[in-house]
Ligand binder design. Structure first.
Ligand code: SAH
Length: 237
């Protein structure tokens, strides 16, 4: 019986209700990485994508911004540009600031169709989802840059907010890089609550892009930072 149930759980994921927050991976650090670091970064992006695909409750929107130059070239060259076929991801040449400065072009048109759809749904007494967050612009106040160097600790993830992960593999070379970027953009920053929940680790523990993403996913699933951090952060100090 048990085996059957497990098998079912594996094959039939059921309707996965996404968590309506947006994750941005900021790829605007091309010039700061060696060729090998660019390679590591693009693997981390693939792990990130695949984690969202497998997640119990995936993020509704995953956007890769500032895709250009070397990271773009690398992605184009691997697996026959496999990244182009990653479902439910968006790729922007523009920086994440487009979230609040730009016109998200598809927005108006798409919003209308979603509103219509919702009206129909309501007649049938069924609540359809509201406009997907991927088609909404974001006020700067709803955007948080994640970085180990922040003075603020992340306490929870909220639907409707955008969380930016720095798309850089720098082996700890550039302290305050993303913190300074968040200040320049006029947005909040926050670090994962590692020091609070994993007593044996120092507060400023720098993780990879996909580790950070996986912790956020695990938090959404469990609403428990300790569990989320323990599952993803490597045990050794
Ligand atoms: N020097 C970079 C570190 C890159 S690590 C910086 O200035 O942040 C890649 C990304 O993972 C970071 O930009 C950040 O978004 C995320 N990250 C890694 N460790 C983190 C932590 N402890 N808290 C929050 N975000 C973290």
């Amino acid at each position: 019986e048990e085996g059957g149930a497990r098998k079912k759980a594996k094959t039939d994921l059921g309707p996965r209700v996404p968590f309506k927050a947006r994750i941005v991976v900021d790829l605007g650090f091309d010039d700061l990485m060696s060729e090998n670091e660019i390679k590591s970064l693009t693997s981390q992006l693939a792990f990130t994508y695949s984690a969202n695909r497998k997640a119990v409750q995936p993020f509704e929107s995953v956007v890769f911004t500032s895709l250009e130059k070397r990271t773009y070239t690398r992605l184009e060259s691997i697996g026959d540009a496999a990244y182009r076929r990653w479902h439910d991801t968006e790729w922007w040449e523009e920086s994440y600031e487009r979230l609040w400065t730009g016109k998200l072009n598809e927005t108006a048109e798409h919003k209308e169709s979603v509103v219509e759809e919702r009206k129909e749904g309501e007649e049938e007494g069924e609540t359809k989802t509201s406009t997907p967050i991927s088609y909404q612009s974001a006020a700067q106040e709803t955007v948080v840059y994640l970085t180990a160097d922040s003075n603020d600790e992340l306490s929870e993830l909220r639907e409707g907010e955008t969380y930016i992960i720095g798309g850089i593999c720098d082996h700890n070379r550039y302290k305050n890089l993303c913190l300074n970027k968040s200040k320049e953009s006029g947005i909040r920053s926050a670090r994962l609550p590692i020091g609070t929940y994993l007593a044996e680790l120092k507060t400023r523990k720098v993780l990879t892009v996909n580790q950070t993403f996986e912790i956020l996913l695990k938090w959404v699933e469990t609403r428990d930072w300790k569990k989320a951090l323990e599952e993803v952060v490597p045990k050794r100090k």
